[in-house]
Design a protein around this ligand. Structure first.
Ligand code: UFG
Length: 338
């Protein structure tokens, strides 16, 4: 079994990807500093995978510690999730974002280079498209970012593009996620934000469980079907499988820079999500229309043909499945994974 290092493997997308890697016959090894995830996630992953999962509690900014992981294990590839990801916080603390996200990436690539590990998947984001000129968004659309978080994603894409030009034996896949929501069907792992959630789905589930009073809908005057923002919500388990398919592709392809959108190709409005969630929980959800949130765009959804044609990636879960599994996770973990 090939060892795949998953940085940020205890986090939301990382933890689901660990399970998908096991399903696809890889041996995931987790690196996480647990700054935004609970160590309990590891026990739960072991339970779900029904086998031990090696985990190093280290920070990717600590190059020596990272090197030791490569000394102790022969690593076939790395999936790099570790990084700060809150847009608003990145505007307040830009240096913290540049420091953490860029240094950890540079360390990962340098250590991979020293150990002749040649396959890297980078966890990028649809945020690199900024406000797109049209939807759906294709991979060759112009890139433009509007906040430090997004800029770290774009800078890393550019750094890796330069790196593969100089090192053609090294393969990189840039996976641009749209809006991951949902949770593993067990309800044992899921999105577990600290404090009041910034993102729509965890906010809604916390309203449903009674921790927050009502959903604030940020604007209903966008040029969309019902005036609220439209996004491409994709089930985190579909996204997780997308990583395994990408690794399989990397094992057999000659290209050394792969770029894919991972979404469903379908746009849903904020009100669509609230109404679908009402079906999943079986009662109405209180919401209020408030002002637009600074920096938000009207519509963002993917064209996913490239990932389908080249990886065989096709999202199998719909919005109802996503709502149901998010709600299941919230109910089983009313106070998060503590
Ligand atoms: N929204 C609300 N109320 C809330 C939260 C969000 O109405 O309480 C709306 C937003 O205005 C937007 C939609 O719900 O229309 C989705 O908002 P999220 O905050 O859940 O997600 P974003 O699309 O803003 O951002 C997400 C990730 C980013 C990533 C981006 C990529 O959080 O990290 O997708 O497109 F960069």
């Amino acid at each position: 079994m090939k060892n795949v290092l998953v940085t940020g493997g205890a986090g939301y997308i990382g933890s689901h990807t660990v399970l998908a890697l096991v399903d696809y016959g890889y041996n995931p090894i987790i690196v996480d500093n647990f700054s935004n995830a609970s160590p309990k996630v590891i026990d739960r992953l072991e339970k779900l995978a029904n086998r031990p999962i090696k985990c190093y509690s280290i920070d990717c900014c600590d190059k020596k510690a990272l090197e030791q992981v490569f000394v102790e294990n022969e690593i076939f590839g790395v999936i790099h999730f570790a990084g700060y990801k809150a847009v608003g916080e990145s505007v307040q603390k830009p240096l913290m974002y540049y420091q953490n996200n860029l240094i950890s990436l540079l360390n990962v690539v340098e250590v991979m280079h020293e150990h002749n590990c040649l396959n890297l998947i980078f966890s990028s984001s649809a945020t690199v498209y900024g406000a797109p000129k049209s939807v759906p968004i294709y991979e060759d659309f112009p890139l433009h970012v509007t906040n430090p978080y997004g800029r770290t994603k774009l800078m890393i894409e550019e750094i890796l593009t330069d790196y593969v030009k100089a090192n053609p034996e090294f393969k990189v896949a840039l996976l641009r996620y749209f809006n991951p929501i949902g949770a593993h069907e067990s309800g044992l792992i899921g999105e577990d934000p600290n404090g009041i959630p910034n993102n729509l789905m965890p906010y809604i589930t916390q309203v449903c469980i009674g921790k927050l009073d009502h959903v604030r809908v940020f604007g209903n005057d966008y040029p969309t079907k019902d005036g609220t923002g439209v996004r491409d919500y994709v089930h985190v388990m579909d996204l997780a499988v997308g990583h395994s398919l990408t690794l399989k592709k990397m094992e057999n392809c000659s290209e050394n820079l792969l770029i894919y959108n991972l979404g469903t190709g379908k746009g849903s409005s904020v009100l669509d999500v609230i109404h679908e969630m009402e079906k999943a929980v079986g009662h109405s959800i209180k919401y209020e229309i408030v002002a637009r949130r600074a920096g938000d765009i009207a519509e963002c959804y993917a064209n996913c043909d490239k990932a389908y044609q080249e990886l065989g990636f096709k999202a199998k879960y719909n919005l109802f499945d996503m709502c149901k599994s998010s709600w299941n996770f919230q109910q089983k973990n009313p106070n998060g994974i503590k």
